[in-house]
Ligand binder design. Sequence first.
Ligand SMILES: *Cc1c(COP(=O)(O)O)cnc(C)c1O
Length: 358
Amino acid sequence: MSRVYNFSAGPAALPEEVLKQAQEEMLDWRGSGMSVMEMSHRGKEFMSIAEQAESDLRELMAIPDNYKVLFLQGGASGQFAMIPLNLRKKGVFNYLNTGSWSKKAIAEAKRYGEVNIAGATPDGEFTVPAQDSLSIDASGDYLHYTPNETIQGIEFPYIPECGDMPLIADFSSTILSRPVDVSKYGIIYAGAQKNIGPAGLTVVIIREDLIADDAGDAPTMMTYKTHAGSDSMYNTPPTYGWYLAGLVFDWLKRNGGLTAMAEVNERKAKALYQAIDQSGFYNNPVDPNCRSWMNVPFTLANAELDATFLAEAGEAGLKTLKGHRSVGGMRASIYNAMPEAGVQALIEFMADFEKRNG
Ligand SMILES: *Cc1c(COP(=O)(O)O)cnc(C)c1O
C-alpha cells in the first residue's frame, strides 16, 4: 500500500495515525464487540466517545463555559440558513463579501431578511476590506464573515470589530489551524471535512444567549434550541463522524495542540508562498497580508501546461492539485493533516517542473 500526498480542499486528507487507529478499532471498539458505526447513540459506549470528543475540543480551543458545542448535520451550507432563521429579530443582517463562500452565505440569508453588505472584496481583487472601511448597519442582528475563503485562498488578518453585535464566522477551512479567541465570537461553525474529520458532521460553537427560545417557524431540525437542549442527540447524530473527529482532537492534543499546529502551518505556508514568489513561473495573486495558511491557489505562466503539470504531479504522488473551476490553475490545500514533507515534496516537484518547462 502506498499513500499519496493529497492536496484536496475537502473532503481532505486525515492524519494517517488517526486512520490507523480507526482501522484497529473498526470491528471491536475497545472490547465492546462492535464497531462504533453499529452502536446506539444513546448507549454508554457512544456517550463516552461523544463526551470525550466535546471535552477535547473545548480544551483545544479553550472554549468558555457559556458556549455550547453542537455536533450537527447539514454542512456549513445548512448553517447559512440556520443562522438567519435563529438569530433574526429585526431581520437585518450584516455580511462581509470576500469570496465564493461569503456569496453563498449571503444568497441564503437574503431569503430570510435584508442583507447589508458591510464590506466587500472588489471583483478581480484578492484582498479583504480594511476594518476602518466597514459600514456595519447598527440595527443588524449580527455580522457574518468568512475568515478563510477556501476557493480564493484569502484569509482575514484581523477579527472584525462590531461592538455588542454578535460576530458569526464560517471557520470551515481554518478551524483548528491555530489558536482562536472564541470569546470574540457569537457563533463559530465549520463543516468537518476540511480540518476536523469526515464529511457529514458540522461543528457549531454558539454562545448560549444566542440560542433563541423561540425560532418562529424554523423547522425543528434547523433550530439551535432543539440541538442545544438535547446534547446534539435530538435525532440520530452522525456517530461515526463524531467518533473520528474525536480521534483527530486527540491526535491534535498529542501533537502539542493548536499552538504547535500554528507553528507548523505557518512554516508550511511560508515555504510554499516563498517558492511561488521566488519563481518566475508560478504566481499567487493574493495580497501578501491576507494569504491563506490553508488553501494556496497558484497559476502557471502558461496555462497550456496545466494538464501536464497535474499529470506529472499525480505520477509523483502529489494528488488533487487542480484549482477550483471558478479560479483555474492549481490549488494546494495544506490543512493540519498535510505533513511538512508533503509540502516539501510539492515545492521540489514545482522547481523541477519549472526547470524543464519554464
Ligand atoms: C467547504 C466550505 C463550505 C461548504 O461546506 P459544506 O459542509 O459542504 O456545506 C462552506 N464554507 C466554507 C468556507 C467552506 O470551505
